[in-house]
Design a protein around this ligand. Structure first.
Ligand SMILES: [Zn+2]
Length: 314
């Protein structure tokens, strides 16, 4: 297994978990003075890539002290149970609402099967392995961990999911944002900027709370967002405004289509049109079929999340 990773400076490495495709799901590795931490793990099938990256960078498994999880969605935390088996000294940090699902992933498993289907789960996500509670620490808002000479701080960030924390790295002025600062694929980069959109994943999408969270994160005056999907981007107020605008855009689509008979399908199609229009307005020149392929993985999940959100409005 040859790992693919990107050195970002500040001793931060973006590991391409190569889940489904390249440049789709990242895990981050931070080193500082002989200590190391993973932030998010990808899914179960991503673990060999993470271990191969440690090997390639000559980092011992013993020196990894932390697995910090932004939230427990399977593409972020699904590999934690398998990974920790190979890291004798690591502790897992997770939001209090995620804690019990790491110890007993059966409910999470059922949820994943509902969203992705059993076949996809087995084939592309692998498994969910329980973690013993002795190895899990609850990450509360403002809690910090020390890694070598740097401090990593947790921030409670509901909106995408209630079990979401972001991790603030003062050293790089960067936020490890999981899904909270949106999804932005590098293939859509244009000279004037990037395309950022909100993953409105089931079942806890809450637009009002999410927008508040984004504004709270901006008060840190970050320079970077380390996105899980995908890689580090410069993140300024314009980026935040873009994300908020598209949360509103997605919600408008859901509201407009709420009485449609096949609501999920209708929302999915409208989201695709919305994103293609957006890309074309921004001057993205990528072939349309290629764009559809890149958006495809998110659209069904975003539509399902908006559908659940509509149900909760009643
Ligand atoms: Zn998520």
């Amino acid at each position: 297994m040859k790992p693919i990773y990107h050195e970002l400076g500040f001793n931060v490495t973006c590991i391409d978990t190569q889940h489904i495709r390249k440049d789709f799901v990242a895990s981050y590795l931070i080193e500082d003075n002989g200590q190391a931490a993973f932030i998010d793990t990808g899914c179960h099938l991503s673990v060999p890539t993470l271990l191969a990256t440690l090997n390639a960078k000559n980092i011992s498994r013993e020196s990894v002290d932390y697995i910090l999880l932004t939230h427990i969605h399977i593409d972020h935390a699904g590999g934690a149970g398998e990974l920790i088996k190979h890291l004798p000294n690591a502790m897992v940090y997770v939001h209090e609402y995620g804690y019990k699902h790491l110890i007993d992933p059966s409910k999470l498993c059922a949820g994943v099967v509902q969203v992705y289907g059993e076949l996809f789960f087995k084939q592309f996500l692998g498994d969910l392995i329980p973690i013993s509670k002795q190895r899990i620490i609850i990450a509360k808002d403002s809690d910090e961990v020390t890694l070598g000479k740097r401090i990593l701080r947790f921030i409670d960030t509901p909106g995408h999911a209630r079990h979401h924390v972001c991790i603030w790295d003062e050293k790089s002025r960067g936020i490890f944002s999981g899904d909270t600062l949106g999804v932005s694929y590098r293939e859509f980069n244009i000279s004037q900027g990037k395309l950022i959109f909100p993953p409105t994943t089931p079942i806890q999408f809450d637009p009002g709370v999410w927008k508040k969270t984004i504004n709270q994160l901006m008060s840190l005056k970050p320079k970077y967002a380390y996105l899980t999907h995908f890689n580090r981007i410069d993140f300024d107020q314009d980026s935040a405004n873009m994300l908020i605008e598209h949360i509103n855009g997605f919600v408008n689509i859901a509201n407009t289509l709420k009485t449609q008979p096949n609501r999920v399908k209708a929302i999915k199609e409208a989201l695709l049109n919305y994103l293609l229009t957006l890309a074309s307005k921004q001057g993205v020149t990528l072939d349309e079929q290629q764009q559809i392929k890149l958006f495809k993985g998110d659209l069904g999940i975003c539509a399902q999340g908006l559908n659940v959100w509509l149900d909760h409005q009643n």
